[in-house]
Design a protein around this ligand. Structure first.
Ligand SMILES: CC(C)(COP(=O)(O)OP(=O)(O)OC[C@H]1O[C@@H](n2cnc3c(N)ncnc32)[C@H](O)[C@@H]1OP(=O)(O)O)[C@@H](O)C(=O)NCCC(=O)NCCS
Length: 190
């Protein structure tokens, strides 16, 4: 794992893929986040995005992402379409304390679904997790009934490891979730 001190000195360098830029979220993204993540089609598939989306929450959330990003402990990033230059979603690797694993989570604004964007973003985040965050494995949880997200994970090399039931207060109570794991050791790397 890289030393936190070494990461802290440098500003985060955006990650570029064929069609996307994954970059630090800025307070100026708040309205887009509120609008896109707050859509019921998006929020209902997530554990932590409220619906309706409260005013002011996006800005507080965005500010909360900066410290861990600069420290190199976690990466919660905005997804920007390279050609158009605007924000269409977000993706996060949040480290499991302590250690070398992290949880991945993501959402994309409804108008951009079905173009392979999240598959592209997840692939890039796995590379970042291995090379910059020093992770050796990444976990994900998907509600039963979210085949699009399960498919993104399948396409990016995650393995289904089981189903469980948990409390999701923002989603109205207990929900069944599918758990996925992705090892980032060389044999598994893309
Ligand atoms: C899940 C989500 C990120 C997918 O983003 P995306 O950019 O559309 O994903 P991609 O285009 O890269 O891949 C989606 C895959 O799911 C498939 N898919 C979509 N809907 C499906 C369905 N109802 N049943 C089966 N497969 C489905 C697509 O066909 C595609 O697979 P393919 O390339 O083999 O054809 C997006 O739908 C989203 O933000 N949903 C709401 C929030 C969410 O679910 N976040 C994840 C929480 S775990």
């Amino acid at each position: 794992m890289p030393t936190i001190g070494a990461e802290a000195a440098a500003p985060f360098r955006p990650i570029e893929t064929t069609r996307l830029i994954l970059r630090r979220l800025e307070v100026t993204d708040s309205r887009a986040v509120e609008h896109l993540a707050g859509a019921v089609e998006v929020a209902r598939m997530t554990a932590n995005v409220p619906h309706p989306y409260p005013s002011g929450l996006a800005e507080r959330w965005i500010r909360s992402t900066h410290g861990p990003l600069e420290a190199g402990t976690s990466a919660q990033l905005g997804i920007v379409l390279k050609a158009e230059g605007f924000l269409v979603g977000a993706i996060a690797l949040v480290r499991d304390p302590p250690g070398t694993g992290a949880q991945i989570g993501y959402w994309l604004g409804v108008p951009w679904w079905g173009n392979g964007y999240m598959t592209e973003a997840v692939g890039a985040m796995l590379d970042h997790g291995r090379t910059a965050l020093g992770l050796d494995h990444v976990s994900a949880q998907v509600f039963v009934g979210n085949p699009a997200s399960a498919r993104v994970l399948e396409k990016t090399g995650f393995e289904f490891v089981g189903e469980t039931e948990q409390d999701f207060p923002l989603r109205g109570g207990r929900r069944r979730v599918k758990r996925f794991e992705r090892r980032l050791t060389p044999a598994w790397s893309r």
